[in-house]
Design a protein around this ligand. Structure first.
Ligand SMILES: [Zn+2]
Ligand SMILES: [Zn+2]
Length: 303
């Protein structure tokens, strides 16, 4: 397959939108949070709203966008599928088809030419690696002149009317990501001030934190950490990234066996996303779950 069929050009206008939504606004929110927490602190109400939305977004990305929609690690009932899609959409990381298309291309070319976000793109030396990590973390959103073609990478998702409806409604879901915390804060405190501070912490700061936590899998979990399994790429395990991403930081096994529903497969590797999938399975909402096969793990493990 030629790369020209795998990718499509991106217009300058769209790249500007990516620059604003994926780079400038989150960084501005994080910068604004420093004097805010210094000056006024953050109240329990805003902390709770922020934490709840953080967990919903991270699970939406990890369990929904990533393990279910991109890798088909399990199947699920329609209401759960739609709920996972909306939860992932609240993270404001793009419609599920675009996210999955880029990610499937990442797996095909991981850390080779063609990978949309490899930290090793510019070489192994200190400065080249630093530049590569910045590229893998956020730089590629703006610098890439071509995007993964959805028709090529995710025809299965495009064939699903629910996914197409969600893609069309995506801007509204992104707005909901900020309306929800504001409404929760306003109703909880019965004040406009409560709505505003919840919008700031539970909306803008949470969206920025969710973004950078997610992107750290691309930048850090392909650079640092241990690699207990043999893979063709440099995917690695980072405990603190796994903690923040609710299991996604166990990235080495994930590249060894991308369709597996559990990423943290070794002793002591907590994977809350896998626990949630197990809960869905026990409740009868998820089925055909691809749990790790001990024999395959054994074969893949480095000696
Ligand atoms: Zn990866
Ligand atoms: Zn993946």
């Amino acid at each position: 397959m030629s790369p020209s069929e795998e990718t499509v050009p991106v217009t300058a206008g769209r790249r500007t939108v990516y620059l604003l939504i994926l780079l400038i606004l989150p960084v501005a929110a994080l910068i604004a949070a420093v004097p805010a927490v210094w000056g006024w602190g953050i109240g329990v109400r805003d902390l709770v709203i922020m934490a709840v939305l953080y967990v919903i977004c991270i699970f939406g990305i990890a369990v929904g966008y990533h393990r279910h929609f991109t890798h088909r690690a399990f199947r699920c009932r329609r209401p759960l599928r739609i709920a996972l899609m909306i939860a992932g959409g609240l993270a404001v990381e793009g419609p599920v088809t675009l996210w999955a298309a880029e990610h499937r291309r990442h797996h095909k070319y991981a850390d080779e030419p063609g990978d949309p976000h490899s930290p090793w793109r510019y070489g192994d030396s200190g400065m080249a690696l630093l530049r590569g990590m910045l590229h893998a973390h956020v730089g590629w959103f703006y610098t890439a002149r071509r995007r993964s073609s959805r028709a090529h990478w995710v025809p299965d998702l495009l064939a699903d009317p629910d996914v197409r409806r969600f893609d069309a409604a995506y801007p509204a879901v992104a707005v909901l990501s900020f309306v929800l915390p504001a409404a929760a804060g306003g109703l909880w405190s019965m004040s406009w001030e409560g709505a505003w501070t919840a919008l700031f912490w539970g909306g803008f700061v949470r969206y920025a934190v969710v973004h950078h936590v997610t992107w750290s899998v691309n930048s850090l979990a392909h650079t640092f950490g241990d690699r207990p399994f043999r893979t063709r790429d440099r995917s690695s395990n980072l405990r603190w990234v796994a903690l923040l991403t609710l299991g996604e930081g166990w990235h080495n096994w994930h590249h060894a066996e991308p369709t597996c529903a559990r990423h943290g497969v070794l002793r002591g590797q907590l994977d809350p996303s896998a626990l949630l999938i197990r809960f869905f399975e026990r409740s009868g909402w998820a089925f055909d779950v691809r749990w790790p096969d001990p024999a395959r793990m054994e074969r893949r493990q480095r000696r």
